[in-house]
Design a protein around this ligand. Structure first.
Ligand SMILES: [Zn+2]
Length: 350
């Protein structure tokens, strides 16, 4: 079978591999629609350690081709939404609060990390009953596709920030994850939602998702702008979904005493995140600094899809580029790498 991935760090291309074989709990699935992601590009450039001969891709809605003997919920022909994070549910780490760390930090992220991903004619879903769910009838495949990572990650930022009614929230970075954090904050009943970004399409969608204020970092320091918008008090909660290491420092600075900083950025291995002591109230400000990875699991997918099924959120606003055909995976991938100004999320219909 053909797949597109990392040949060696910094070199991507098509590769030929054996079709995977399903174990008793696994499923073999073929893609219907898929999307490249910044994490794929990150892996290609070696940001998460060197990679070799690995098929990329971890965002997909597909059709079941084959199931193992012990799979009970699915059969060939079923249309399924596959979680980006597919834990080994027998590993003890999933019994902790967050399921992204089955046998160590981020170890539940298998596609494009420790196993061939979904930019392939066929791919394997481990423990299929627990890691994928049915595509709901009234949800478009491309809308469901935006759930598996973008919505799950963006909403996780909102969960970590424990956003309550009427709180003032800053979302730093309004790429697709940041936009989902804006939408999630609005659903959670935030008061002021201040979105930091400049790209016109993203700004427009941020407003549609509920941003009350747009902070343009080209027009002045974001810390000063947040302070001005909050009468010098700072924000209750800050979600970091983009920016540079300095944005992390500013996030801590702009959070009022008792608040929460929630990080969703996959920082590069060489980044250093620092906090000058005064920014954190000399360590006494009771500001919690949290960060987490996209939660997975079938139940998580079902809950998020339920938000779509009931018309509370339109995730398709994130889709800026559409491609048709398996071979276009390559174009969509390089578009993600080039990041033109009008890019939010490209999708490929297979
Ligand atoms: Zn992704």
């Amino acid at each position: 079978m053909r797949g597109f991935g990392v040949i060696t760090t910094g070199k991507a291309g098509w590769m030929e591999k054996e079709r995977p074989v399903a174990g008793p709990l696994d499923a073999i699935v073929k893609p219907i629609v898929l999307a490249p992601c910044t994490s794929d590009v990150h892996n290609y450039h070696g940001g998460a350690g060197p990679k070799e001969n690995l098929i990329l891709g971890h965002e997909v809605v597909g059709e079941v081709v084959e199931v193992g003997d012990m799979v009970t919920r699915f059969k060939p022909g079923d249309k399924v939404v596959v979680a980006t994070t597919t834990p080994d549910w027998l590993a003890l780490g999933v019994q902790e609060k967050y399921n992204a760390h089955d046998s160590g930090p981020l170890k539940s992220f298998k596609f494009t990390s420790s196993r061939d991903g979904v930019f392939s004619e066929y791919f394997l879903v481990n423990q299929a009953d627990a890691n994928m769910t049915f595509l709901p009838e009234n949800v478009k495949p491309e809308a469901a596709l935006m759930v598996v990572d973008m919505m799950s990650t963006g909403f996780h930022g909102v969960e970590l920030a424990e956003i309550n009614f009427g709180e003032n929230v800053v979302v730093i970075g309004i790429g697709p994850v940041g936009l989902m954090a804006v939408a999630g904050s609005a659903l959670r009943g935030a008061g002021k939602i201040m979105a930091v970004g400049t790209r016109p399409d993203c700004v427009k969608i941020a407003r549609e998702y509920g941003a009350t204020d747009i902070i343009n970092y080209k027009e002045g320091d974001i810390l000063d702008q947040v302070m001005e918008l909050t009468n010098g008090e700072g924000a209750d909660k800050v979600i970091i979904a983009g920016g540079k290491p300095e944005s992390f420092t500013k996030a801590v600075q702009m959070t009022r005493a008792g608040g929460i900083v929630s990080n969703l950025v996959f920082w590069d291995a060489i980044d250093v995140l620092s906090i000058p002591a005064p920014a954190w109230g000399l360590g006494m400000k009771n500001v919690d600094i949290r960060g987490g990875f996209c939660p997975g699991g079938a139940l998580r997918m079902e809950r998020l899809l339920n938000v779509l099924e009931n018309g509370r959120l339109d995730t398709t606003k994130l889709i800026s580029h559409r491609y048709e055909g398996f071979d276009k995976i390559e174009d969509a991938f390089y578009l993600m790498d080039e990041k033109p100004r009008d890019l939010i999320k490209p999708v490929v219909f297979i």
